[in-house]
Design a binder for this molecule. Structure first.
Ligand SMILES: Cc1cc2nc3c(=O)[nH]c(=O)nc-3n(C[C@H](O)[C@H](O)[C@H](O)COP(=O)(O)OP(=O)(O)OC[C@H]3O[C@@H](n4cnc5c(N)ncnc54)[C@H](O)[C@@H]3O)c2cc1C
Length: 309
Protein backbone atom coordinates (compact mmCIF):
# COMPACT_ATOMS: atom_id res chain seq x y z
CA UNK A 1 0.00 0.00 0.00
CA UNK A 2 1.40 3.40 -1.02
CA UNK A 3 2.45 5.50 2.00
CA UNK A 4 2.37 9.29 2.18
CA UNK A 5 3.53 11.86 4.69
CA UNK A 6 0.12 13.46 4.35
CA UNK A 7 -3.10 12.73 2.53
CA UNK A 8 -5.33 15.69 1.89
CA UNK A 9 -8.98 14.86 1.44
CA UNK A 10 -10.58 17.59 -0.66
CA UNK A 11 -8.84 19.54 -3.40
CA UNK A 12 -10.55 22.92 -3.17
CA UNK A 13 -8.74 26.11 -2.19
CA UNK A 14 -7.93 24.88 1.32
CA UNK A 15 -6.71 21.45 0.26
CA UNK A 16 -4.56 22.72 -2.60
CA UNK A 17 -2.96 25.40 -0.43
CA UNK A 18 -2.16 22.79 2.22
CA UNK A 19 -0.71 20.49 -0.43
CA UNK A 20 1.59 23.19 -1.79
CA UNK A 21 2.86 24.12 1.69
CA UNK A 22 3.66 20.46 2.37
CA UNK A 23 5.18 19.67 -1.03
CA UNK A 24 7.42 22.74 -0.84
CA UNK A 25 8.73 21.19 2.40
CA UNK A 26 9.59 18.07 0.38
CA UNK A 27 6.73 16.03 1.79
CA UNK A 28 5.13 13.19 -0.15
CA UNK A 29 1.54 14.33 -0.55
CA UNK A 30 -1.61 12.89 -2.10
CA UNK A 31 -4.70 15.02 -2.71
CA UNK A 32 -7.88 13.00 -3.13
CA UNK A 33 -10.70 15.07 -4.53
CA UNK A 34 -14.10 14.18 -5.91
CA UNK A 35 -14.20 17.56 -7.64
CA UNK A 36 -17.34 19.22 -6.34
CA UNK A 37 -16.25 22.54 -4.79
CA UNK A 38 -18.93 24.53 -3.04
CA UNK A 39 -18.86 27.55 -5.35
CA UNK A 40 -18.85 25.50 -8.58
CA UNK A 41 -22.28 26.93 -9.44
CA UNK A 42 -20.93 30.49 -9.66
CA UNK A 43 -19.36 31.85 -12.83
CA UNK A 44 -17.06 34.27 -11.00
CA UNK A 45 -15.28 34.48 -7.65
CA UNK A 46 -14.84 37.87 -6.01
CA UNK A 47 -12.69 39.24 -3.20
CA UNK A 48 -9.88 36.97 -4.39
CA UNK A 49 -6.77 39.11 -4.27
CA UNK A 50 -4.90 39.16 -7.56
CA UNK A 51 -7.64 37.13 -9.30
CA UNK A 52 -10.71 39.35 -8.97
CA UNK A 53 -13.65 37.86 -10.88
CA UNK A 54 -11.83 34.67 -11.90
CA UNK A 55 -13.92 31.56 -12.56
CA UNK A 56 -13.78 29.16 -9.58
CA UNK A 57 -12.79 26.31 -11.93
CA UNK A 58 -9.93 28.29 -13.43
CA UNK A 59 -8.65 29.28 -9.98
CA UNK A 60 -8.54 25.63 -8.87
CA UNK A 61 -6.92 24.57 -12.15
CA UNK A 62 -4.14 27.11 -11.50
CA UNK A 63 -3.77 25.73 -7.97
CA UNK A 64 -3.62 22.12 -9.19
CA UNK A 65 -0.91 23.02 -11.68
CA UNK A 66 1.15 24.77 -8.98
CA UNK A 67 0.74 21.73 -6.72
CA UNK A 68 1.70 19.25 -9.48
CA UNK A 69 4.80 21.31 -10.25
CA UNK A 70 5.98 20.63 -6.68
CA UNK A 71 5.28 16.91 -7.01
CA UNK A 72 1.84 16.64 -5.38
CA UNK A 73 -0.02 13.52 -6.53
CA UNK A 74 -3.75 13.52 -7.25
CA UNK A 75 -6.56 10.98 -7.22
CA UNK A 76 -9.97 11.99 -8.56
CA UNK A 77 -12.35 10.00 -6.43
CA UNK A 78 -14.41 10.08 -3.26
CA UNK A 79 -12.95 8.79 0.00
CA UNK A 80 -15.40 6.43 1.65
CA UNK A 81 -13.58 5.55 4.81
CA UNK A 82 -10.85 6.81 7.08
CA UNK A 83 -9.38 4.65 9.82
CA UNK A 84 -6.24 4.12 11.85
CA UNK A 85 -4.59 6.45 14.30
CA UNK A 86 -1.73 8.81 14.99
CA UNK A 87 0.34 5.94 16.38
CA UNK A 88 -0.29 3.38 13.60
CA UNK A 89 -0.83 5.75 10.69
CA UNK A 90 -4.09 6.42 8.88
CA UNK A 91 -5.76 4.27 6.22
CA UNK A 92 -7.68 6.16 3.55
CA UNK A 93 -9.97 4.09 1.32
CA UNK A 94 -12.24 4.30 -1.68
CA UNK A 95 -14.22 1.30 -2.96
CA UNK A 96 -11.20 0.16 -4.98
CA UNK A 97 -8.06 1.83 -3.54
CA UNK A 98 -6.33 2.25 -0.23
CA UNK A 99 -3.48 4.50 0.84
CA UNK A 100 -1.65 5.15 4.10
CA UNK A 101 -0.58 8.44 5.63
CA UNK A 102 1.16 9.73 8.73
CA UNK A 103 -1.12 12.78 8.84
CA UNK A 104 -4.51 13.72 7.42
CA UNK A 105 -5.80 17.10 6.32
CA UNK A 106 -9.58 17.24 5.97
CA UNK A 107 -10.36 19.96 3.43
CA UNK A 108 -13.73 18.55 2.47
CA UNK A 109 -15.71 21.80 2.50
CA UNK A 110 -19.34 22.03 3.55
CA UNK A 111 -22.82 21.32 2.23
CA UNK A 112 -25.35 24.15 1.86
CA UNK A 113 -28.94 23.08 2.48
CA UNK A 114 -31.49 25.48 1.02
CA UNK A 115 -35.15 25.86 1.98
CA UNK A 116 -37.44 23.79 -0.26
CA UNK A 117 -38.83 26.59 -2.43
CA UNK A 118 -39.37 25.94 -6.16
CA UNK A 119 -36.88 27.94 -8.24
CA UNK A 120 -34.40 28.64 -5.46
CA UNK A 121 -31.89 25.93 -6.37
CA UNK A 122 -31.96 26.97 -10.04
CA UNK A 123 -30.91 30.51 -9.13
CA UNK A 124 -28.37 29.47 -6.44
CA UNK A 125 -24.98 31.03 -7.06
CA UNK A 126 -26.28 33.25 -9.88
CA UNK A 127 -28.97 35.45 -8.37
CA UNK A 128 -29.91 33.49 -5.23
CA UNK A 129 -27.09 34.54 -2.96
CA UNK A 130 -25.87 34.17 0.58
CA UNK A 131 -22.72 36.27 0.85
CA UNK A 132 -22.54 40.06 0.35
CA UNK A 133 -18.75 39.92 -0.01
CA UNK A 134 -18.97 37.29 -2.78
CA UNK A 135 -21.78 38.75 -4.89
CA UNK A 136 -23.03 41.92 -3.18
CA UNK A 137 -21.34 44.41 -5.48
CA UNK A 138 -22.85 42.63 -8.50
CA UNK A 139 -26.41 43.26 -7.21
CA UNK A 140 -25.87 46.79 -5.90
CA UNK A 141 -28.90 49.04 -6.42
CA UNK A 142 -31.00 46.07 -7.54
CA UNK A 143 -34.33 44.96 -6.03
CA UNK A 144 -33.24 42.42 -3.44
CA UNK A 145 -35.56 40.09 -1.51
CA UNK A 146 -34.19 38.66 1.73
CA UNK A 147 -35.68 35.26 2.48
CA UNK A 148 -36.28 35.40 6.23
CA UNK A 149 -35.48 31.82 7.23
CA UNK A 150 -33.06 32.00 10.15
CA UNK A 151 -31.48 34.31 12.67
CA UNK A 152 -28.77 34.98 10.03
CA UNK A 153 -31.38 36.58 7.75
CA UNK A 154 -31.54 39.89 9.64
CA UNK A 155 -27.75 40.10 9.49
CA UNK A 156 -27.91 39.51 5.73
CA UNK A 157 -30.66 42.11 5.30
CA UNK A 158 -28.56 44.74 7.06
CA UNK A 159 -25.45 43.90 5.00
CA UNK A 160 -27.30 43.91 1.66
CA UNK A 161 -29.02 47.12 2.80
CA UNK A 162 -25.56 48.70 2.57
CA UNK A 163 -25.56 47.83 -1.14
CA UNK A 164 -29.07 48.67 -2.29
CA UNK A 165 -31.87 51.01 -1.27
CA UNK A 166 -34.54 48.50 -2.36
CA UNK A 167 -34.22 45.58 0.02
CA UNK A 168 -37.37 43.75 1.20
CA UNK A 169 -37.36 41.23 4.05
CA UNK A 170 -39.86 38.43 3.38
CA UNK A 171 -40.74 36.93 6.75
CA UNK A 172 -40.92 33.37 5.42
CA UNK A 173 -40.22 31.64 8.77
CA UNK A 174 -41.78 34.08 11.28
CA UNK A 175 -40.17 32.46 14.35
CA UNK A 176 -36.74 33.55 13.06
CA UNK A 177 -37.53 37.28 13.24
CA UNK A 178 -37.37 38.56 16.82
CA UNK A 179 -39.10 41.80 17.79
CA UNK A 180 -35.65 43.37 18.34
CA UNK A 181 -34.59 42.45 14.80
CA UNK A 182 -37.91 43.65 13.38
CA UNK A 183 -37.23 47.01 15.04
CA UNK A 184 -33.66 47.06 13.66
CA UNK A 185 -34.87 46.47 10.10
CA UNK A 186 -37.52 49.15 10.49
CA UNK A 187 -34.89 51.58 11.79
CA UNK A 188 -32.88 51.22 8.57
CA UNK A 189 -36.08 51.37 6.46
CA UNK A 190 -36.00 47.80 5.20
CA UNK A 191 -39.57 46.85 4.36
CA UNK A 192 -40.87 43.66 6.00
CA UNK A 193 -43.49 41.54 4.21
CA UNK A 194 -45.17 38.99 6.48
CA UNK A 195 -45.77 36.17 4.01
CA UNK A 196 -44.34 32.88 2.85
CA UNK A 197 -42.68 32.42 -0.52
CA UNK A 198 -44.40 29.70 -2.54
CA UNK A 199 -42.43 29.97 -5.78
CA UNK A 200 -39.54 31.89 -7.32
CA UNK A 201 -39.70 32.70 -11.03
CA UNK A 202 -36.23 32.23 -12.50
CA UNK A 203 -35.02 32.58 -16.11
CA UNK A 204 -33.10 29.78 -17.86
CA UNK A 205 -29.91 31.73 -17.08
CA UNK A 206 -30.63 31.56 -13.34
CA UNK A 207 -31.86 35.15 -13.07
CA UNK A 208 -34.51 35.71 -10.38
CA UNK A 209 -37.53 37.61 -11.71
CA UNK A 210 -40.15 37.58 -8.97
CA UNK A 211 -41.37 35.80 -5.85
CA UNK A 212 -44.90 34.42 -5.50
CA UNK A 213 -46.22 34.88 -1.94
CA UNK A 214 -48.88 32.91 -0.08
CA UNK A 215 -50.99 36.06 0.37
CA UNK A 216 -51.57 35.99 -3.40
CA UNK A 217 -49.23 38.86 -4.23
CA UNK A 218 -46.05 38.88 -6.31
CA UNK A 219 -42.84 40.60 -5.29
CA UNK A 220 -40.58 41.76 -8.11
CA UNK A 221 -36.93 41.06 -7.36
CA UNK A 222 -33.65 40.72 -9.23
CA UNK A 223 -31.89 38.84 -6.45
CA UNK A 224 -32.88 36.64 -3.52
CA UNK A 225 -30.69 36.39 -0.46
CA UNK A 226 -30.93 33.20 1.56
CA UNK A 227 -29.06 31.87 4.58
CA UNK A 228 -28.28 28.26 3.73
CA UNK A 229 -28.03 25.76 6.57
CA UNK A 230 -24.35 24.83 6.52
CA UNK A 231 -22.86 21.52 7.56
CA UNK A 232 -19.21 20.55 7.28
CA UNK A 233 -18.62 17.48 5.11
CA UNK A 234 -17.34 15.63 8.13
CA UNK A 235 -18.45 12.00 7.89
CA UNK A 236 -14.77 10.89 7.78
CA UNK A 237 -13.99 12.88 10.92
CA UNK A 238 -16.93 11.21 12.67
CA UNK A 239 -15.56 7.79 11.60
CA UNK A 240 -12.42 8.60 13.61
CA UNK A 241 -14.51 9.40 16.68
CA UNK A 242 -14.51 13.19 16.21
CA UNK A 243 -17.45 15.39 17.19
CA UNK A 244 -18.87 18.45 15.47
CA UNK A 245 -19.30 21.90 16.97
CA UNK A 246 -22.18 24.25 16.26
CA UNK A 247 -22.74 27.97 15.72
CA UNK A 248 -25.68 29.95 14.25
CA UNK A 249 -24.50 29.13 10.70
CA UNK A 250 -24.34 25.36 11.21
CA UNK A 251 -22.02 22.50 12.17
CA UNK A 252 -18.26 22.38 11.73
CA UNK A 253 -15.01 20.69 12.85
CA UNK A 254 -13.32 22.62 15.66
CA UNK A 255 -9.61 23.27 15.17
CA UNK A 256 -6.90 25.19 16.98
CA UNK A 257 -5.13 28.15 15.36
CA UNK A 258 -2.85 25.75 13.43
CA UNK A 259 -5.70 23.64 12.08
CA UNK A 260 -5.28 20.66 14.44
CA UNK A 261 -8.52 18.88 15.37
CA UNK A 262 -9.22 17.02 18.61
CA UNK A 263 -8.13 13.77 16.89
CA UNK A 264 -4.30 13.50 17.06
CA UNK A 265 -2.69 13.63 13.61
CA UNK A 266 -5.84 14.94 11.91
CA UNK A 267 -6.06 18.54 10.72
CA UNK A 268 -8.91 20.43 9.07
CA UNK A 269 -9.01 23.62 7.02
CA UNK A 270 -11.35 25.74 4.92
CA UNK A 271 -15.12 25.48 5.15
CA UNK A 272 -14.91 22.13 6.94
CA UNK A 273 -13.63 23.98 10.01
CA UNK A 274 -14.80 27.55 9.32
CA UNK A 275 -18.29 27.82 7.83
CA UNK A 276 -17.85 31.51 7.05
CA UNK A 277 -14.48 31.20 5.33
CA UNK A 278 -14.32 32.73 1.89
CA UNK A 279 -11.65 31.70 -0.60
CA UNK A 280 -8.90 33.86 0.92
CA UNK A 281 -9.47 32.53 4.41
CA UNK A 282 -9.85 28.92 3.24
CA UNK A 283 -6.57 29.23 1.33
CA UNK A 284 -4.78 30.75 4.32
CA UNK A 285 -6.10 28.04 6.64
CA UNK A 286 -4.90 25.37 4.21
CA UNK A 287 -1.41 26.88 4.11
CA UNK A 288 -1.35 27.09 7.90
CA UNK A 289 -2.47 23.48 8.33
CA UNK A 290 0.10 22.30 5.76
CA UNK A 291 2.85 24.14 7.62
CA UNK A 292 1.64 22.76 10.95
CA UNK A 293 1.64 19.19 9.63
CA UNK A 294 5.18 19.62 8.33
CA UNK A 295 6.37 21.06 11.67
CA UNK A 296 4.66 18.19 13.49
CA UNK A 297 6.44 15.61 11.29
CA UNK A 298 9.80 17.39 11.66
CA UNK A 299 9.47 17.35 15.45
CA UNK A 300 8.39 13.71 15.52
CA UNK A 301 11.37 12.66 13.45
CA UNK A 302 13.83 14.70 15.56
CA UNK A 303 12.46 13.14 18.76
CA UNK A 304 12.78 9.63 17.31
CA UNK A 305 16.41 10.30 16.38
CA UNK A 306 17.11 11.65 19.86
CA UNK A 307 15.52 8.58 21.46
CA UNK A 308 17.84 6.30 19.46
CA UNK A 309 20.99 8.03 20.76
C1 LIG B 1 -22.55 30.02 -4.45
C2 LIG B 1 -21.27 30.38 -3.75
C3 LIG B 1 -20.47 31.38 -4.26
C4 LIG B 1 -19.30 31.75 -3.61
N1 LIG B 1 -18.57 32.78 -4.10
C5 LIG B 1 -17.44 33.16 -3.47
C6 LIG B 1 -16.69 34.29 -3.94
O1 LIG B 1 -17.06 34.96 -4.91
N2 LIG B 1 -15.56 34.62 -3.25
C7 LIG B 1 -15.14 33.92 -2.15
O2 LIG B 1 -14.11 34.28 -1.59
N3 LIG B 1 -15.84 32.86 -1.70
C8 LIG B 1 -16.96 32.46 -2.33
N4 LIG B 1 -17.68 31.39 -1.86
C9 LIG B 1 -17.13 30.60 -0.75
C10 LIG B 1 -16.18 29.52 -1.32
O3 LIG B 1 -16.94 28.61 -2.07
C11 LIG B 1 -15.45 28.83 -0.18
O4 LIG B 1 -14.72 29.78 0.57
C12 LIG B 1 -14.46 27.78 -0.69
O5 LIG B 1 -15.07 26.91 -1.62
C13 LIG B 1 -13.92 26.98 0.49
O6 LIG B 1 -12.92 26.12 0.02
P1 LIG B 1 -12.72 24.67 0.64
O7 LIG B 1 -11.48 24.17 0.02
O8 LIG B 1 -12.83 24.71 2.10
O9 LIG B 1 -13.99 23.80 0.14
P2 LIG B 1 -14.48 23.44 -1.33
O10 LIG B 1 -14.07 24.47 -2.29
O11 LIG B 1 -15.94 23.15 -1.22
O12 LIG B 1 -13.68 22.12 -1.68
C14 LIG B 1 -13.92 20.91 -1.00
C15 LIG B 1 -13.56 19.77 -1.95
O13 LIG B 1 -13.55 18.55 -1.20
C16 LIG B 1 -14.16 17.54 -1.98
N5 LIG B 1 -14.61 16.46 -1.08
C17 LIG B 1 -15.52 16.53 -0.07
N6 LIG B 1 -15.64 15.32 0.53
C18 LIG B 1 -14.79 14.48 -0.11
C19 LIG B 1 -14.46 13.09 0.04
N7 LIG B 1 -15.03 12.33 0.98
N8 LIG B 1 -13.54 12.55 -0.80
C20 LIG B 1 -12.94 13.31 -1.76
N9 LIG B 1 -13.21 14.63 -1.95
C21 LIG B 1 -14.12 15.20 -1.14
C22 LIG B 1 -15.29 18.28 -2.69
O14 LIG B 1 -15.77 17.56 -3.80
C23 LIG B 1 -14.57 19.58 -3.07
O15 LIG B 1 -13.92 19.46 -4.32
C24 LIG B 1 -18.89 31.05 -2.45
C25 LIG B 1 -19.71 30.03 -1.94
C26 LIG B 1 -20.89 29.70 -2.57
C27 LIG B 1 -21.78 28.64 -1.99
Amino acid sequence: MEKYDAIIIGGGNAGLAGAIALARSRRKVLVVDEGNPRNAVSAHAHNVLGHEGISPHELLELGRKEARDYGVEFASTRIQSLGGSFEEGFAVSTESSQWQAARILLATGLTDTLPEIPGLRKAWGTSALHCPYCHGWEVRDQRIAILGVSEMSTHQALLFGQLSGTVTYVNHAPQSLTSENRALLAAVEIEIVDAQVTDIAVSDEGQVQSLALDNGSTLDAQAVVVASQMKANASLFLQLGGHLSQNPMGEFISVNEMGATSVPGVYAAGNASNLGAMIGLATAAGTMAGAAINADLVMESAKKKLAKK
